[in-house]
Write a protein that binds this ligand. Structure first.
Ligand code: UTP
Length: 294
């Protein structure tokens, strides 16, 4: 896509949820880690709500074996609704309605084996088709007044191309992340001139890490087609993005909010504490409880 091409709207979002979640064993043996709750919402719901806030119209889930409950979560449960209605629990019905996607706005496909994130994204190619799409890694739960994807959309609507959200990390921690190199500033962001997966501290081009939110052009599917494996013997999205960066512009936006890696125990616990503290219904009691515990 040339920079001068018309900017096509981003209508669809892909949520890869086919990973094994080994860091959450034994819980993740039968419960997908994406269904573990931060306060009272499953981890996956945070990413879906963020996408909805950003104007996404269609939600594409790449699931795997033992993940059927994710599909159930986004469906209507008539028996539950009938029981709540019979008991006059309108407030609870309102909660269900608030998170209910409209009929026909979700799609589910299966990654038949967990061959890596790049492979999971490639599995969504027919559903996404030939249009730009958002990619949200649901493990990364964001907390901010304005969602990360909404901020990225603001930049995308001016620049087009591909957008990656980044955040600053402690320079000592760069070797745990995908790191980008920062080029010239553009409105609301900057040009990305390089991406390095888990660099050594001395080789890192910055301390800006890729935080799990992307807007990508559909050409990425062509680059994932060859199923080439990278680090860890997995098909990596970063490898395909690097190749796409040879053909198309990539821009970075710095997300200023909190990001919790709910794929790790410590991130998951921190998310629970932080969201519980922020909420009116749980904040005061949790604050008191934490004081007593400490
Ligand atoms: P992770 O790197 O956290 O891997 O995946 P994982 O397998 O889920 O978890 P651990 O490391 O074993 O604990 C990042 C995101 O990519 C998805 C995961 O579901 C998660 O949302 N993913 C990863 C897939 O959908 N398919 C894959 O083959 C790998």
């Amino acid at each position: 896509m040339a920079a001068s091409s018309p900017i096509r709207p981003v209508r669809k979002a892909v949520f890869p949820v086919a990973g094994l979640g080994t860091r959450f064993l034994p819980a993740s043996k039968s419960v997908p880690k994406e269904m573990l709750t931060v306060v009272d919402m499953p981890v996956i719901q945070y990413a879906v709500s963020e996408a909805k806030e950003a104007g996404i119209e269609h939600f594409v889930f790449v699931t795997g074996r033992n993940k059927a409950v994710i599909e159930d979560h986004f469906d209507i449960q008539p028996e539950l609704r009938d029981t709540l209605a019979a008991r006059n629990k309108q407030d609870m019905l309102d909660v269900l309605d608030r998170y209910q996607p409209e009929a026909g706005t979700t799609s589910f496909t299966r990654q038949q084996a967990p061959k890596g994130l790049g492979h999971a994204v490639w599995c969504a190619r027919d559903i996404v088709g030939d249009e730009p799409f958002a990619l949200l890694l649901p493990d990364m739960v964001m907390q901010a007044p304005k969602g990360c994807l909404s901020t990225m959309m603001d930049v995308y609507n001016k620049t087009g191309g591909n957008i990656i959200a980044v955040q600053e990390c402690d320079p000592e921690e760069v070797s745990s992340y995908g790191i980008v190199a920062k080029g010239a500033d553009v409105e609301g962001g900057f040009e990305i001139t390089d991406m390095v997966e888990k660099p050594k501290k001395e080789d890192a081009p910055s301390n800006l890490y890729i935080n799990g939110r992307y807007i990508l052009q559909p050409d990425i599917f062509r680059l994932l087609e060859n199923q080439e494996t990278g680090a860890g013997g997995e098909i990596q999205i970063t490898d395909a993005m690097l190749r796409l960066a040879g053909e198309q512009p990539f821009f970075g936006t710095v997300f200023e909010g909190n990001t919790f890696d709910c794929g790790s125990k410590e991130g998951f616990i921190a998310a629970n504490v932080s969201f519980a503290l922020e909420r009116d219904d749980t904040g005061p009691i949790i604050r008191e409880m934490l004081k007593n515990l400490l």
